[in-house]
Ligand binder design. Structure first.
Ligand code: ATP
Ligand code: MG
Length: 371
């Protein structure tokens, strides 16, 4: 592949690109009969998750800063207005044309065959990209049938895809919110819900109110954006989301780093302060927090005691057995350890269990030795 052209497109000096390849910050793979570069880390401003197929560039989706105290975070908001989008709980997908066909890429920069197949069924995506090959659609894939994040959304069913950004694939420059909505409407594409646009001064109270509503409906939270997409966005999630994150993480405590667990506990402390909880409410929050940590840990220890291997189950429905085998091959290459149970005679309905070996082994050792 021509590293000269690629480094020009990425505005990355060629020696830096070569250095990053040598250090394995950029991985060189082969698929579709072509060489592919995958950025496993940020390299001089080029985001992790950036991927280059031959010479076709797809920049990584940028990290979004989290507001812990919403009022304080918005006090330094640099734009006049704040657009509030719903934050959907699924997995991040970028779709763009590769060799003329729409391809779905994960946050880490890998082509997911399952997601690519689902999105290939949405004609509006293909039509849009063929007329605007310089763009990529960034969105959240959500629903109950996927191997990553299962969350029920009535509007999505088994699989839904909701676009949150349209970006230039080579420069990563986003369209403004109104440019985005105009195109989504023109092509009949689904966007994430836009919950409101507020003046900076009133935004914090409005958002806190909106987030309470979302919380009651079991929805994840919000992403705040400058309508002009100049100011950096912020994400914010309510207590219920933080607790459900904690329940998940503490079910596999040795598979997550200490920082991961700690940062999620701290979120709840800031929520309690921002919500000005009374002594009684704080007691309740403390007990909820404790339950979200202790209950899943105890449950996991008991599971291992009964001889189970810990892991998360995903029930998936494919169009064909071949589609299923492609996904299994993809997960294997990603180093994900899975157990598979075929639920029908045709290999189209499958229960996948992603195994959590670190937690299983460590707990098993403690159960055996007591130390
Ligand atoms: P990050 O690196 O951005 O912190 P993360 O995996 O920790 O990523 P999250 O806490 O889920 O991510 O928050 C960021 C992610 O939220 C985005 O990468 C995107 O997949 C998802 N998302 C959902 N709704 C939106 C939205 N309206 N705008 C932007 N991102 C959204
Ligand atoms: Mg997410």
């Amino acid at each position: 592949m021509n590293l000269g052209i690629i480094s020009e497109k990425l505005r990355l000096p060629e020696w830096r690109l070569r250095g990053a390849i040598k250090r394995h910050s950029v991985q060189v793979l082969r698929y579709f009969g072509r060489e592919v570069l995958v950025f496993r880390k940020d390299v001089a401003g080029v985001e992790r998750g950036t991927v280059v197929f031959g010479e076709e560039v797809l920049r990584g989706y940028p990290k979004i800063k989290r507001a812990l105290l919403l009022r304080a975070a918005l006090a330094s908001w640099g734009a006049e207005q704040v657009a509030v989008e719903e934050k959907l709980n699924g997995y991040n997908v970028r779709v763009a044309l590769v060799a003329g066909e729409p391809v779905a890429v994960t946050r880490g920069g890998h082509v997911c065959p399952y997601t690519t197949a689902r999105l290939a069924e949405q004609d509006a995506i293909g039509s849009f990209l063929k007329e605007h090959p310089e763009y990529m659609l960034c969105g959240e894939a959500v629903g109950t049938s996927n191997p990553y994040v299962v969350h029920e959304y009535a509007e999505a069913g088994a699989f839904g895809f909701f676009i949150f950004d349209i970006r230039h694939r080579e420069s990563n420059r986003p369209l403004t919110i109104s440019e985005k909505h105009k195109l989504l409407e023109e092509y009949g594409l689904h966007g994430v819900p836009l919950l409101g646009v507020y003046r900076r001064e009133e935004a914090a109270e409005q958002v806190l109110e909106l987030v309470r509503k979302l919380e009651k409906e079991g929805r994840e939270g919000v992403v705040l954006k400058d309508p002009e997409m100049v100011e950096e966005p912020l994400k914010y999630t309510p207590s219920a989301t933080n607790l459900s994150d904690l329940r998940h993480a503490f079910a596999y405590p040795y598979d997550y780093g200490r920082d991961f667990l700690f940062s999620r506990i701290m979120r709840e402390a800031y929520v309690a302060v921002e919500r000005k909880l009374s002594a009684k409410e704080l007691e309740r929050a403390a007990s909820e927090l404790g339950r979200s940590i202790l209950l899943p840990m105890v449950e996991s220890i008991r599971r291992v005691e009964r001889g189970e291997v810990l892991g998360e189950c995903y029930e998936l429905e494919f169009r064909s057995e071949e589609e299923m085998l492609q996904l299994l091959e993809f997960l294997r290459r990603q180093g994900v350890s899975v157990q598979v149970e075929v639920l029908d005679g045709e290999g189209r309905r499958v229960m996948l269990k992603k195994l959590r070996h670190a937690s299983t082994d460590r707990i098993r050792a403690v159960l055996r030795n007591g130390t």
